[in-house]
Write a new protein. Structure first.
Ligand SMILES: [Zn+2]
Length: 498
């Protein structure tokens, strides 16, 4: 509790809630305008433990997305001890718990490589907002009003929403590290949700001008050393560690990226965002030798050709949040530039303040954007055009390329025997998709989150028959609304309710 970052008038309340944030306060508090406890005694999102018995997904249409394994109109997937053991037709496993996968498409679950999930309680707060509005309202006004229990609620509801939509891995780009207690709450919510996550430890929100590098009231980035020891000493767990890094000022970027590499954490960084993206930040970091294959570049809309070359030459990965980029003014999503540079992007939601949290939207956005650009060039009479993206491409961007950008391609992203069983079953007997004539096409062109019937993470059933397993929706709902109200009240921000 020692490094609190409250405004002075909030000190007493801050201390009080701080106790709740790490305690086991079971009964709701009723402080005016502040609501309930930070963490209830029992976690909200814990499904039953992964079955000790093998699990057999029987007779599904299986898209493994692993070309060596192939795809199947009808096959079984055998899971043991959380891992995929076999994918083929006609598996017999007498001791297995059988899940009927007929009338579903079985495929790797989605991987979101960049989402600020602390903003889960701010969903749709800025439906028409620009990037400028976002900086003014979300990071400038609401972020500084967050306390640890608000981070918990935001992370919890967003992570559960991701699982519900079949997104089982999220890189939580967590730039709400106002105090170490905020950090602990963020991690606790990820744990309680059961999601697979990369916790990308980020900077604090201190309010304008948020020059946190000149401020000593927070512990970024040095506290990542504690996190590595306290929470991330093993890679053999659902949560892994990264640094949510900054590209500017260059000296601050260089020193903080250095800390990340000292603790063996990957780096994820926003670059090429609107006018800011034209400052040659990436070029300066490249000239300083800081660009490596451990880094994921987000957006990259307004980078120079020199910077693209530097990223490609150093083996960097890419996270495109195409829908947000077009909605809020980041610049044209650089899908063609990426492909021209030989980089297959991953996809990301970014902010639920303005865009939905599902991945069907993300896939269709990038697919239609790239194809439209090529067709426009075709209409203008250009010859020898780049290839049109196909539905299969964006399905890979949403899965294996996401895994690669998270450093998890050896664990997830395809249904390859030996990998973790992070799997979704998508219903094909629904009015938005039947009759299915092409499985890849069905997922990318016809489906939405309502088709997500069953979700497994590391072999553990998180959603079944269209409902999350083991989630106390009443509690999650209460936490989300109460935290939302607290943050609005504390910040003085007037949301527009209609
Ligand atoms: Zn972002």
């Amino acid at each position: 509790m020692s490094t609190a970052f409250p405004r002075p008038e909030e000190m007493s309340r801050r201390r009080f809630l701080g106790t709740a944030a790490i305690g086991t306060l079971a009964a709701p508090m009723s402080l005016a305008g502040m609501g309930g406890p930070a963490l209830a005694a029992e976690p909200a999102g814990k499904g039953p433990a992964a079955s000790a018995r093998p699990t057999l997904l029987k007779r599904g249409c299986v898209l493994t997305l692993d070309r060596a394994v192939g795809d199947f109109e009808s096959a079984d997937v055998l899971i043991e001890k959380g891992k995929i053991v076999a994918v083929k037709p006609g598996i017999t496993a007498p001791t297995a718990e059988v899940i009927d996968a007929s009338r579903t498409i079985v495929m790797p679950s989605f991987v979101d490589t960049h989402r600020h999930i602390w903003e889960g309680i701010l969903r749709n707060v800025l439906p028409d907002g620009s990037l400028g509005d976002y900086f003014r309202v979300v990071t400038g006004t609401l972020g500084p009003a967050y306390r640890p229990d608000d981070v918990y609620a935001g992370n919890l509801v967003s992570a559960l929403g991701a699982i519900d939509a079949g997104v089982t891995t999220v890189l939580d780009w967590s730039h709400i590290q106002n105090t170490p207690e905020h950090t602990d709450s963020a991690i606790q919510a990820l744990r309680d949700s059961g999601v697979r996550a990369v916790f990308a430890y980020g900077s604090p929100q201190l309010g304008p001008p948020n020059k946190w590098w000149e401020d000593t009231r927070h512990k970024y980035p040095e506290d990542i050393r504690r996190l590595r020891k306290q929470y991330f000493s093993s890679e053999d767990q659902l949560l892994t560690l990264a640094l949510a890094g900054v590209p500017f000022p260059t000296d601050v970027a260089l020193s903080s990226w250095k800390v990340a590499r000292e603790v063996g954490a990957r780096i994820t960084v926003h670059v090429g965002v609107g006018q800011f993206g034209k400052r040659a930040d990436v070029q300066k970091l490249g000239e300083a030798g800081a660009l490596k294959s451990d880094t994921t570049y987000i957006h990259a809309c307004t980078l120079s050709d020199t910077e693209w070359k530097m990223i490609a030459d150093t083996g960097g990965t890419l996270s495109l949040a195409g829908y947000v980029e077009m909605m809020m003014g980041h610049g044209l999503p650089p899908i063609q530039k990426a492909l021209n540079a030989g980089i297959r992007p991953s996809l990301s939601v970014d902010v639920e303040t303005s865009v939905p949290g599902d991945f069907f939207t993300q896939m269709r956005t990038i697919l239609s954007l790239q194809r439209n650009a090529i067709w426009e060039r075709d209409l203008a009479g250009e010859k020898n055009l780049p290839a049109l993206l196909k539905t299969r491409d964006v399905l890979e961007f949403a899965t294996i390329e996401g895994a690669r950008a998270c450093g998890l391609e050896g664990k997830i992203g395809t249904l390859t025997p030996g990998k973790q069983a992070d799997i979704i079953m998508l219903r094909t007997d629904r009015l938005n998709v039947l009759p299915v004539n092409n499985a890849t096409g069905a997922v990318v062109t016809s489906m939405d989150a309502s088709n997500v019937d069953t979700v497994l993470i590391g072999g553990k059933v998180m959603k079944r028959n269209g409902r999350l397993v083991g989630v106390d929706m009443g509690r999650v709902t209460r936490l989300a609304y109460e935290a939302r109200d607290r943050v609005m009240t504390r910040s003085g921000y007037q949301r527009s309710p209609l």
